[in-house]
Ligand binder design. Structure first.
Ligand SMILES: [Zn+2]
Length: 173
């Protein structure tokens, strides 16, 4: 994982105290909240929170659309809520994955544009969900740096620290 302070940016990494200039993270704490709103109507979250509460991340009918990049039995959403399940590995992005991601981002962007509330979730609510949310933001006109910043502002500095995901996002700029 990338350092949460310098993100291995060439201009910052050499003098970064958080990672001693390595650009890499050795820990990635869970978020305190199960989900956070990144831009109006678009939420990002996961199945695990810092409190380890078994119920905190169970989705009921808070959202009109839930996109799950990882699933766990008993975590909702309630029957009747639109639920897109698209399992995604927390790994690099190959061409086929890029195509799937593009489709997911289109679905998310269209729903938000239609005024629906959308939750994109994975396990920790940091990387896989962050990637799909960022791609949806790029689709709706944000530039890549802006999308990265919005996701990290909502979910904290450890969001989007998978270097393959950041590389994929940057390749769109
Ligand atoms: Zn650093």
């Amino acid at each position: 994982m990338l350092c949460h302070s310098c993100y291995a940016e060439p201009a910052l990494v050499a003098t970064c105290a958080a990672c001693d200039g390595t650009g890499r993270a050795t820990r990635m704490p869970l978020c305190a909240s199960p989900w956070d709103e990144v831009v109006p109507g678009l939420w990002q979250g996961g199945h695990d929170v810092r409190s380890q509460s078994a119920k905190a991340c169970v989705v009921d009918d808070e959202f009109d659309l839930v996109v799950s990049l990882a699933t766990r039995r008993g975590y909702g959403p309630r029957d009747g809520v639109e639920h897109v399940v698209a399992r995604l590995a927390d790994a690099g992005v190959d061409a086929l994955t890029a195509e799937r991601l593009d489709g997911l981002a289109a679905t998310v962007a269209a729903a938000v544009a239609a005024g629906r509330t959308v939750l994109v979730r994975c396990s920790g609510g940091l990387n896989r969900s962050g990637l799909v949310v960022a791609l949806a933001l790029v689709r709706t006109g944000h530039d890549v740096d802006d999308a990265l910043a919005l996701v990290r502002a909502a979910r904290g500095p450890w969001a989007l620290t998978n270097p393959g995901f950041v590389t994929h996002l940057r390749s769109l700029a």
